[in-house]
Every structure is written in C-alpha cells, then in structure tokens.
Design a binder for this molecule. Sequence first.
Ligand SMILES: NC(=O)c1ccc[n+]([C@@H]2O[C@H](COP(=O)([O-])OP(=O)(O)OC[C@H]3O[C@@H](n4cnc5c(N)ncnc54)[C@H](OP(=O)(O)O)[C@@H]3O)[C@@H](O)[C@H]2O)c1
Length: 315
Amino acid sequence: MNAILIAVTGTSPEPWERRFRTLAPQRDLRVWPDRMGDVRDIAYACVWKPAPGVLARCPNLKAVLSVGAGVDHVFTDPDLPPVPVVRIVDADLTMRMGEYVVLHVLMHHRFQRLYDAQQRARVWREDRQPAASAVTVGIMGLGVLGRHAADLLRRIGFSVAGWSRTAKSLEGVATFHGADGLDGFLALTDILVCLLPSTPDTKGLIDLALLRKLKRNGALGGPFLINAGRGATQVEADILSALDDGTLAGATLDVFESEPLSDASPLWTHPKVTITPHNAAASVPSALVRNMLAQIERFEAGGPLQHVVDPRAGY
Ligand SMILES: NC(=O)c1ccc[n+]([C@@H]2O[C@H](COP(=O)([O-])OP(=O)(O)OC[C@H]3O[C@@H](n4cnc5c(N)ncnc54)[C@H](OP(=O)(O)O)[C@@H]3O)[C@@H](O)[C@H]2O)c1
C-alpha cells in the first residue's frame, strides 16, 4: 500500500525513478506504463502530462503531484479522479526561472541581438544604451515565479510593474490586477514578461490587440515580449504580425501553442525572435524528488499537503 506511481510522457521516467530509489529505497515505486503492478496499492502519482485515464485506474489514489509548477497538463485528463492536485514550488525551479527572465530582459535591454548581427557582419557601431531605470518590465503573473523575477529585476535597477488576477502589494512594484487593470499595466510596459499559467481565462490573452497597448514611445524604441509561462496564452500569428508591423521590437519565446514547435513555423527564422525549447525552468529530479517526498511524508504524518491547486481556477 501507499505506493508511488511515476507517470510521465514526453520525458523519461528513468531519472525520476533513480532519484526516488536513492532517496527512499524503502518505498514501493511503480512506473507507468509497464510496471504499475496492482493499481489498488497506488496512493500517490507523480506526473507530467499523464496519459488520460491512467490516474482513474488507481482506486485508492490520495494525491496527484505535478513534477512541474504548472498543472494544465493534469487537468486535460477528462477522467481525473477527485483527489488533491499539488504543484511544485521549489527554490531550484524558482531560481532557474529567475535566471531566464533576467537573461532575456537584459538581452533585449542591451540590444544583444543587434550586436550579434553586427558581429557576423564585422560592424563596429555603438547603439544607444538606456538606463535600466528608464525601462519598465511588466510581469504578467505575480505568483511564486513572477514575484521572484520582479525582485531580481528591481535589484538590477529596472522599473517593475506586475499584473495578477487578484490585488497584490509588492514593495517597489507598480501592481495592477484583473481585466480593469490590464490596460494601465500594458501602457507602462517596455518589456512584457509572461509568467501566467494556462487556464481558460488566460487562453489566447497575448494577441495583437493586447500587444498594441504596450508602451510605444519608451526608451527601447519599441516593446519586447518574453513568454516563459505557457504557449496557450499566446496567439502566434498575432505575435508574427506584431513583429512585422513594428508593434513589437522583438520577442523571446520559450513556450508555444503546440510543442515541439513545428518545423514549418516562421518563428524559427524570424530575425526578431529568440526561441528556447520550453526549458526556461527545467524540472530536475535531483532537486525536485526531495520536495515531492517531503510532501508525501508530511501528509502521511497527518500534516496538510502544500501548494494544492484550486481546480476551479486551474492553477
Ligand atoms: N517555461 C518553463 O520552463 C516553466 C517552468 C515553470 C513554470 N512555468 C509556468 O509558469 C507559470 C507560473 O508559475 P508560478 O509558480 O508563478 O504560478 P503561481 O504561483 O500559481 O502564480 C500564477 C500567477 O498568475 C496569475 N494569474 C492566473 N490567472 C490569471 C488571470 N486570469 N489574470 C491575471 N493573472 C492571473 C495569478 O494571480 P493571483 O496572484 O491573483 O492568483 C498569479 O499571480 C506556471 O503555471 C507554468 O505554466 C513555465
């Protein structure tokens, strides 16, 4: 009883299994699809994009643990059993996302793509260099990841604004919330950083109409977009139009409407686009299995599960 199931797709279960065996050799560990054993024994499922219906096969399941911060990949299962779904909140993941956001904000702020192109053409020419304080980075999503990124960017000297679903108060950050707060937030923003979850409310939010509301006369000469949240929040055809008509000066995209990004996507070769393969903040077993075991052990000792997702909000 109280077996832990590892059910992942699109990534190998092997490093997760190895780490569980190292840290908890006494635990009964099962692996989807071939080694589920007697499914009545399975109490916990550690999942990434679990195949639909797999969790419903476990009648004594007590909790589903997402191996990532996002849980949209769990809620797509129409047969998801009514047990708590918890997500990862871990300093390792938060730090990785902070690195990614700072890297790409600075890349756009310091026009590094321009200097890369100039280097290839052996051009020695200095462009303008606005102060960080003259640039506002607007972060959509002031959750665990967004708040950490805001703090790092503020310490580098950027002006920082943030937008969330419910009202937030963060020192040194101009905060906005809800549909009513969105336009004011966008009007301030030179570099838009999206760290939103994928939910029915955020689907397709980053479209041409939204991008046209970003600050037009800012220190960078045009706004930039960085999306490291989820691809479902963006309309890629609109991002391409915005890049081509000058609405956007450039974009960094880590996530896409469909992943992996299709060979045929014009984003691959667009001169204003930087692409990374959904690795802004990787879920690394060496760091995160300890976190999941701690959740399970606390729960078995009678304590509460932490970071339980609200299924109605979807994050
Ligand atoms: N690319 C990668 O490698 C990678 C890695 C990890 C995570 N992610 C993505 O990053 C997302 C954020 O992670 P997190 O840990 O920061 O999540 P979180 O703590 O749950 O924060 C989510 C934030 O989004 C806001 N939000 C949700 N729905 C909204 C809406 N309709 N309108 C406005 N704001 C809304 C929330 O507002 P409230 O504060 O008002 O609730 C909250 O501030 C994850 O869901 C995942 O999709 C990507």
